[in-house]
Design a protein around this ligand. Sequence first.
Ligand code: 6R9
Length: 631
Amino acid sequence: MDMSADSGQQPKYYTPDPSYRVHSWMGDYSWTYNEFVKDPDKFWDHIAQKLHWFSPYDKVSEWNYPYAKWFVNGKTNITYNCLDRHVLGDRRNKVALIWKGEYPEEERVFTYRQLYREVQRFANGLKKLGVVKGDRVCIYMPVIPEQVIAMLACTRIGAIHSVVFGGYGAAALNQRIVGAGAKIVITADMAIRRGKAIPLKHIIEEAVINAPTVEKIIILRREQRTPVELHSEMEIDFYEAMADVSSDCPAEVMDAEDPLFILYTSGTTGAPKGIVHTCGGYMVGVYYTTKYIFDIKEHDVYWCTADPGWITGHSYVVYGPLSVGATVLIAENTPDYPDPGTWWKIVEEYGVNILYTAPTAIRMFMKLGEEWPNKYNLSSLRVLGSVGEPLNPEAFEWFYHVIGKDKCPIVDTWWQTETGMHMVTTVLGEPMRPGFVGKSVPGIVADVVDKDGNSVEPGKSGFLVIKKPWPSMMRTIWNNDERYRKYWETIPGCYQVGDLAIRGEDGYIMVIGRSDDLIIVSGHNIGTAEVESALVSHKAVAEAAVIGKPDPLKGNTIKAFVTLRVGHTPSEKLKNELIYHVRITLGPIAMPSEIEFVDSLPKTRSGKIVRRVLKAKEMGMDPGDISTLDE
Ligand code: 6R9
């Protein structure tokens, strides 16, 4: 793909007000990037020194390709930096967390002191149930304060959490519980969505069948009038688990390289990958980027609309913002319920200063019209952020003009579950170029290369790669180190991210999309393999192949090609049944929006389905080399 923007007219930039250039603790982009280039270890050491270590590290980094260690032999605990540091300092009574429920006036507020106490009590509750350092705990909850408390309580005692997004179905949850070998599952009886209670308990019950490592299920019962009954030896009430325990639970001393959490992300083939992040490097990475990229000020209200169950929530709802001592807003809500003004109402009511969201939400609001945001006072907004998919120029312009009123810079942040922190963006104060993410975050060396690792010319597409290790990089894939190594071994000397990109003459990077078999639907990564196996688990289906189709609103939608087993005939009814089947196995985000019944699927001789051929056909494009295909 060639880039028309660079080969014809002048690129278009928006230049923010110079006041945005001033960073209180580092310099502007070029200065900071140069500091990094001069001495990378010194650069990271300077950042890490702002955090608390129980005992210092001997060495900043150790690179033993493709394995990295950061802050070698340093001892710390991320919750000490997210809680104790602020409570012992002068943020004791500062608001740490505001939760906004779906019903009007429904809110809960925790100061740092209150959050600190709740986390320690729940941590002691976990200890009482026998959870020790290194145990895995699965968290499957809606967006409520207890979700954040549960995460922090785990890391407080060195238990490795594996948070599963609350919208997943039983099969996906089971796979992730079994994959991590979770000892405890923490959940809630229900989520609230569009004014309705969505029961969750039966999903858990189904998910723990054939999950022999699970010893206890802790259930937060939100429905107090007729609380769900807890049966079996296994189930415990969330608040009972933290009754009769001390509210003092000192943070476990963790080695910088001890695992902090596992987070499953959809893979290209087979099972989802359990990305492993560690205590020291991840902490430094998210602390740094939260502070530097968003420039959160002491009295700001910061709202990241992601569910803490995704990496964006881990890094930029929980660990990053709390480590810098920010006031974090979370909301259990749907952007267009009860009406499309709900987010803007929240911005007005809480005086949100920094709003971090996803292109899919922006595109949805675009479709619903300016009149909704225009009803509210959005003047508190200072910085806007985007993540998850390419922010196309139309969406950039809309976000910039309609929401930011031509004054708020937009930080479009490119990164991944695997990278832990922001990698490519346009640092505040730098000119922004719609359609382009920007440049490497200081500390990161991103490039666009060909398959041999050589940088491609400006304007030509290539693979987006990272050329040097960084603190918050994943250390391995849980129980599958071989798959980890593949990230570093495919392109010589580079970490291959799996995205295609273009670098402009100005050095700005445009991300085009995935180069592998992931489909990004409304900002969520869906593995083709997951949807296909869900379809194939239906009795009528013989085989299935799934592709992503570009969609102006969701980024992509899922189309499935299905061959039927003998004795089953295509019908509208069967289509609906299959869609419903995927919905209950994987959850609504993975639902195909289109199903086509076919007689056969294109395959290689070794039997692998070749999705690119289906996709090319669907898009009316040349399928490329088909010589390796079976008849
Ligand atoms: C943080 C997160 C990672 C994939 C990534 C890329 C896409 C993320 C993007 C973006 C263009 C951006 N992606 N941010 N594409 N511009 N600003 O989303 O992690 O769920 O692991 O997804 O998302 O394709 O490779 P994750």
